[in-house]
Each structure stands twice: as structure tokens, then as C-alpha cells.
Design a protein around this ligand. Structure first.
Ligand code: ATP
Ligand code: LTN
Length: 336
């Protein structure tokens, strides 16, 4: 039986943080033996907000190396860079022309990010979810493992695919496979260390708001020491204690303990006793990833060869879908 297909991606907009790891990449690693996987560094998405050309290429290497360091295994998975496969941009254009504008104007991420850009919001930021739909639909992905914040984009992708199938395919001859989001409840929304009501994000201006996968032990200790807490006695999971929920939740995931076990262990503690435990749990989880990352980054030739092979494999799948779409839209295609 052929394996079902998984596709997902992360933007090279800075170092990955534990939210990206727990919400997305850790799940990719767990799923990979059972699927045919494509993991993409989505560098075209990275320029939808102002970016630094001097660091984009290096950031792209970093994300690819972190995929490998976190446990993505090339026996099961293909790693590639979005801009290396031109079918992504091409399909995005074709989808642009069949998607109503008001579908995009409803996107929460667009509204949130647009506010931060003021007058300078690019058309690309509005178009971001169409490019994401192209990423997914090109590979006939069955499952798309992402964090909670991407749920709306996945729903849009499904709507675009269904509309396209209705208009240009028909029931017996669908052009696109309809993908499913795969959002694991645990770790799907890790919150900022500076504000337990905001999601941890790469683009938050304060590095103190997040733990990056490449932070030193000293940095981790400092960040946890300084992170926001509350003044209520004892520790527990409670709706009105966002920081406490987040930090206990993180501890539980990293030490593989259930909520009940965490409560049993920590409910009588104060922050002074809990914070060093959490610090150790984070350091223990990140040290093996960092060791592997440093090893991989010393061999750029190896990384280049991984990405070159990834590009070829990705292209061979993506170009078949693109041809199917162009045929359905009625384009003149001449065979050489
Ligand atoms: P940016 O701030 O640049 O938008 P980001 O931190 O939101 O970046 P992305 O590259 O947009 O990260 O997301 C990569 C993956 O990580 C996605 O699957 C996303 O859902 C997931 N993710 C991002 N932030 C979190 C978080 N705080 N908790 C859990 N998952 C997250
Ligand atoms: N928008 C996603 C990144 C992304 C993605 C994708 C995720 C771009 N293309 C395709 C899954 C599948 C985000 O995490 N911000």
C-alpha cells in the first residue's frame, strides 16, 4: 500500500523557538515513518514582511539544518527550499486568479501582521495564504501538521481546492486532493514568556519572549528566571492563570508527564523552586538538538547535497500537479 503524503514548512524568519518545535517539527518527526513526507523551508513566505537580504540565505541553511537536527530522517522525508521549485510561485498565481479577494481579507494572521506594518503592508502579505495553498496542493498532501495558528489557512486551502475542483475538474475528475490539518492538542500553542496570552513568535521584537532552539544554557536560565509569572500561591492549571498554564504545560510536554503528574509534583511549589526544574527540562531537551546542529553546520557541502536532492524530488512531484492544473485551465501546452 502506498503511504499517505505529509507536507509542512517553516519560514526562515529567525531561529526556531520551542513553540515551532513542539507545535510542528516534533510532530513531523513522530509521524514520518508512516508517511511519505515533504518538509519545505518556505523562503518565499519569509519576504512577505520586510526582511534582511544579508541573512536570508544563512537563515535558510539554519532552518534546514535544524530540521535534520530535530530528527527529520532522509530515509522517510524530503527536505527542500520553496524558492528552488518554481512551481510554487506559478501555482500561486493560477490560484490567485480563482480565489475571491474577500476570502483573504478575512484571515486573522493577515489582520494581525498588517497592523504591525502600518502603511507598508505588501500585497504579498495578503497573498500569503494562497502561496501556502499552492505549497500544499502541489504535493497532493493528505495531512498537514501545523500549530493551532495555521488552522484558518488550512481551511482556506481546502476551500480553494474544492472551488477549483468544482469549476475545472468535476466530481469524477478532481484536480486537487483535499488536505486535512493535523493539529495535535498538546503543544499546539506555546505562549510568549513575556505574556501568557500571546503566542510565542519568532518575530516578537523581544528575545526574552521566547526560547530559541539554539539558546545557550545560560540564556535559557536567564530567560526562565525573568519570564512573567503571577503572585498566586501554589501552581496549577487554571484558566485565569495564563503564564502558569503555559509554564506547567511546557514542563509536562518536555518531561513527558501528564497534567495530573505535573500537578502532583508541582502544586505545592513556589516559582523559585519550579523555575530551575523547568530550566533543566528545557536544557535537557535542547542539548542533543544543538549538538547535532553544530555538527551539520560544519559541513555545508552535505547540506547543499541534501537540498539539491530535495529540490529534484520535490520538482518531480510538483511539476506533475502543475501540468494537471494548466491542462484543466485550458492552457496551450506544446510538447517538445
Ligand atoms: P513568525 O513570527 O515569523 O510568523 P512563527 O514563530 O509564527 O513565525 P512560523 O514559521 O510562522 O513561526 O511557524 C512554523 C510552524 O510553527 C507552524 O506550524 C506554526 O503553526 C508553528 N508555531 C508557530 N508558533 C507556535 C507556537 N507559539 N506554539 C505552537 N506552534 C507554533
Ligand atoms: N504559514 C505557515 C508556513 C507554511 C506552511 C506551508 C505550513 C508555508 N507553507 C505549507 C504548512 C504547509 C506558518 O507556519 N506560518
Amino acid at each position: 500500500m502506498t503511504k499517505k503524503r505529509v507536507l509542512s514548512g517553516v519560514q526562515p524568519t529567525g531561529n526556531l523557538h520551542i513553540g515551532n518545535y513542539l507545535g510542528a517539527i516534533r510532530n513531523w518527526v513522530e509521524l514520518q515513518p508512516n508517511y511519505d513526507n515533504f518538509f519545505c523551508v518556505v523562503d518565499l513566505h519569509a519576504i512577505t514582511v520586510p526582511h534582511n537580504p544579508a541573512t536570508l540565505a544563512q537563515d535558510t541553511y539554519t532552518i534546514a539544518a535544524l530540521y535534520l537536527a530535530c530528527g527529520i530522517d532522509l530515509n522517510y522525508s524530503t527536505i527542500f527550499v520553496q524558492s528552488h521549485v518554481s512551481a510554487h510561485s506559478e501555482l500561486a498565481w493560477l490560484l490567485n486568479c480563482v480565489t475571491p479577494l474577500n476570502w483573504l481579507e478575512r484571515m486573522i494572521q493577515f489582520k494581525e501582521k498588517a497592523i504591525k506594518q502600518g502603511e507598508n503592508v505588501s500585497v504579498g502579505l495578503l497573498d500569503y495564504p494562497i502561496l501556502m495553498a499552492a505549497d500544499i496542493l502541489l504535493y497532493d498532501a493528505d495531512q498537514v501538521p501545523v500549530g493551532e495558528d495555521q488552522k484558518q489557512h488550512l481551511e482556506l486551502t481546502r476551500d480553494i481546492a474544492m472551488r477549483f475542483n468544482d469549476k475545472f475538474g468535476g466530481e469524477k475528475n478532481p484536480i486537487f486532493k483535499i488536505p486535512e490539518p493535523l493539529i495535535r492538542q498538546e503543544g499546539a500553542r506555546i505562549m510568549s514568556l513575556a505574556d501568557g496570552t500571546k503566542k510565542m513568535s519568532k518575530s516578537d521584537p523581544s528575545p526574552l519572549s521566547r526560547i530559541s532552539l539554539l539558546d545557550s544554557s545560560d540564556d535559557i536560565q536567564k530567560k526562565i528566571k525573568k519570564c512573567k509569572t503571577d503572585t498566586i500561591m501554589g501552581l496549577n492549571f487554571a484558566n485565569d492563570r495564563p503564564e502558569c498554564n503555559n509554564l506547567l504545560g511546557l514542563y509536562g510536554i518536555l518531561t513527558e508527564k501528564t497534567k495530573e503528574e505535573v500537578i502532583l509534583e508541582c502544586s505545592d511549589m513556589g516559582w523559585g523552586k519550579f523555575k530551575p526544574l523547568l530550566t533543566d527540562a528545557i536544557i535537557n531537551a535542547l542539548t542533543p538538538i544543538q549538538t547535532k546542529y553544530n555538527e551539520i553546520m560544519t559541513d555545508k557541502n552535505y547540506l547543499d547535497s541534501v537540498l539539491k536532492e530535495g529540490k529534484e524530488k520535490a520538482e518531480s512531484v510538483a511539476n506533475i500537479t502543475l501540468k494537471r492544473v494548466k491542462d484543466a485551465l485550458g492552457y496551450l501546452i506544446i510538447t517538445s
